[in-house]
Design a protein around this ligand. Structure first.
Ligand SMILES: C[S@@+](CC[C@H](N)C(=O)[O-])C[C@H]1O[C@@H](n2cnc3c(N)ncnc32)[C@H](O)[C@@H]1O
Length: 314
């Protein structure tokens, strides 16, 4: 007996609700659109259609995957970010809406600045799917601001996804992709400063404390890469390492912009102060009122490691 489209959607919705999915109806519809390459207006017109067995079987295969905890984005292979399409798979974190705040703030910082002769130099550390680097490149290109972006990650698989996303969004030529452990792949001059100086360094590093990982939603815990989540025992390992080196790679008036966890807004300014190379950190809240970003600017004072004037040495 063939089923009607509305019946299989209702069945999927009930199953997803039983499994604790947060948006059961939406997920049921989005899976169907993905499978049939259709949209909501098509669904509206064909709601009462009878479906053949093969279509039902294929749909229920996808429903099983989603009900088993796989995020919808890994099934459809896509996620929108900053109004742009991004390809995703289980080797990269699914770009979060929260991270759009970092991109918006980065664009606002650069909007107030004159474009340097060689264009803005931007580094996206821990680039993952390329969500930040690609959307910055795209929106700065739209604004006709010459920009050169370096996107780096320790995972070659993530870099492969980031490259595909740069291609899909027409900004491949503006981005250089670098594989490496944080700043390890960025050479320094004899004075210990990075050979390339960046106007802006942005990063959304892993920041979940290791002990919290088992308590995350199963969608995240069982499917998103641990490499993208695990921030060490207190979630701060990457911030400490980034703060220890970023000032060496920042141009005069350069800015470091970091995404943080909602409960890290108190400790980050302390880490910034302890690093000894920066002015006071500015913590920015997201629309839900949670701490979400820190804006950090190096001081032109003393290099904490070497007791010398840092920015004068370039
Ligand atoms: C939280 S994800 C952020 C991905 C992307 N920037 C975003 O906002 O959606 C963190 C990324 O850091 C990368 N990563 C983990 N350890 C790293 C390291 N030691 N050096 C560079 N990248 C690292 C992971 O592979 C992952 O892609």
């Amino acid at each position: 007996m063939n089923l009607l489209l509305k019946d299989i959607l209702n069945m999927a919705e009930v199953r997803f609700a039983q499994e604790g999915c947060l948006s059961p109806r939406l997920d049921a519809e989005l899976l169907f659109y993905h499978m049939m390459d259709r949209d909501k207006s098509w669904l509206f017109l064909h709601y009462g259609d009878e479906l053949d067995d093969k279509t039902c079987e294929e749909y229920f295969r996808l429903v099983d995957m989603r009900a088993g905890g796989m995020p919808l984005q890994y099934i459809t292979g896509s996620q929108e970010f900053m109004g742009l399409p991004f390809r995703v798979n289980e080797r990269v974190l699914i770009p979060r809406q929260d991270t759009e705040l970092l991109v918006e703030r980065a664009l606002a910082i650069l909007a107030g600045r004159k474009v340097p002769m060689g264009g803005f130099q931007i580094l996206d550390l821990c680039c993952g799917s390329g969500a930040i680097a690609v959307s910055l490149a795209y929106h700065l290109k739209e604004a006709k601001k010459k920009t050169s972006i370096t996107a780096s990650d320790v995972s070659p698989e993530a870099l492969g996804v980031a490259k595909a996303n740069a291609q899909i969004n027409g900004v491949f030529k503006q981005i250089r992709f670098v594989e490496g452990d944080l700043f390890a792949a960025f050479p320094k001059n004899r004075k210990g400063r990075g050979k390339q100086q960046f106007d802006l360094i942005v990063s959304n590093p892993p920041y979940i404390p290791t002990g919290v990982l088992p308590t995350l939603m199963r969608e995240v815990r069982d499917h998103e890469p641990m490499l993208a989540l695990d921030g060490g025992p207190d979630g701060l390992d990457f911030y400490i390492r980034i703060l220890g080196e970023a000032y060496l790679h920042l141009a005069k008036d350069g800015v470091l912009l970091l995404e943080i966890g909602h409960d890290q807004g108190q400790v980050l300014p302390l880490l910034v102060e302890a690093a000894g190379a920066y002015g006071p950190a500015e913590v920015i809240k997201d629309l839900s009122g949670n701490d979400r970003l820190v804006i950090i600017k190096p001081t032109t004072g003393t290099d904490p490691a070497r007791g010398t004037d840092t920015l004068a040495e370039k």
